[in-house]
Design a protein around this ligand. Structure first.
Ligand SMILES: Cc1cc2nc3c(=O)[nH]c(=O)nc-3n(C[C@H](O)[C@H](O)[C@H](O)COP(=O)(O)O)c2cc1C
Length: 261
């Protein structure tokens, strides 16, 4: 049975969005997009049912699904929907995030027909997985999307189960020290940073001021700034970036998981 395709994603620096869109493009179907990146979009209740195919993508934060999404994902209704969880990570590891997303969606009553972990340029440093997803990744995402359609065409009564890597209990969420990017003289006060901040942490009356209790260090403001005025000056993001550059430069490949039908 053909289904209505919807993509749902959270993507502060745009890599998850690119991957999920490429998968959807690969299906050849028309689709609706639900972008959960901005705070206003996360108050909607997502409701899917037996006529839906949903590809849901999130970036990996500290080996988990971003905690910011907990409420939104908790309120999803997905009884009978076919879903495809996708995580995008910055070439370190996706740890328990894909298992966590799969478990959440299955608990909502969705049938999962496939899952995937892709690689995106690390939010903290362009020296790790710089430019990814690149053309090779996007081709792989499109092929994966095309494969979903073949699976739909021979859809059994209840889709076969499959496993993804990950451990229980999931990786512990450790509190991170509050910090916000600094703003240099190059700031042209365009406000792109504030309008795109996923938590509304940046002050609309003073774009150089951000609330450390709201900032999730997603780096949206840094990567979207047209004049490169934002950066983390020191602290955990800078020191961890150095560790990533030294230890996570070897190219990882997308991992695709499908049931054996
Ligand atoms: C707070 C935070 C935590 C992250 N944790 C991980 C991680 O555990 N493993 C990893 O490989 N990448 C990690 N990353 C990198 C992102 O998962 C990666 O860059 C992803 O492509 C960003 O997605 P987006 O472009 O949709 O925002 C982290 C990024 C941020 C901002």
């Amino acid at each position: 049975m053909m289904r209505k395709l919807t993509i749902v994603f959270f993507s502060p620096t745009g890599t998850t969005r690119k991957v999920v869109k490429a998968i959807a493009d690969g299906t050849g179907l028309e689709y609706d997009s639900i972008d959960l990146t901005l705070p206003s979009s996360r108050s909607q209740v997502l409701e899917f049912g037996s006529g839906d195919l949903v590809i849901m993508g999130v970036p990996v934060y500290a080996g988990r699904v971003p905690s910011l999404l907990s409420e939104t994902i908790d309120s999803i209704k997905a009884e009978g929907a076919l879903m495809v969880p996708v995580v995008v990570y910055g070439n370190r590891h996706y740890d328990d995030s894909l298992l966590e997303l799969k478990d959440i969606l299955e608990a909502k009553g969705a049938f999962l027909i496939a899952a995937a972990a892709f690689i995106g340029e690390h939010s903290y440093t362009a020296k790790v997985a710089g430019g990814r997803p690149d053309s090779e990744d996007l081709e792989s995402a499109k092929r994966f999307g095309n494969g979903l359609i073949s699976m739909l065409n021979k859809e059994p009564d209840s889709p076969a189960k499959f496993d993804v890597p990950g451990n229980l209990p999931y990786k512990e969420r450790k509190p991170s020290k509050p910090d916000t990017p600094i703003t240099g003289d190059a700031c042209i006060e365009c406000g792109i940073c504030a309008r795109n901040c996923p938590t509304g942490a940046i002050d609309f009356n003073d774009f150089s001021s951000a609330d450390p209790s709201l900032c999730i260090k997603c780096c949206s403001c840094i990567k979207k700034c047209p004049s490169d005025a934002k950066s983390f000056s020191d602290g955990s993001v800078v020191s961890f970036s150095g560790w990533l550059e030294a230890n996570c430069s070897e190219r990882k490949q997308p991992e695709l998981f499908t049931p054996v039908i």
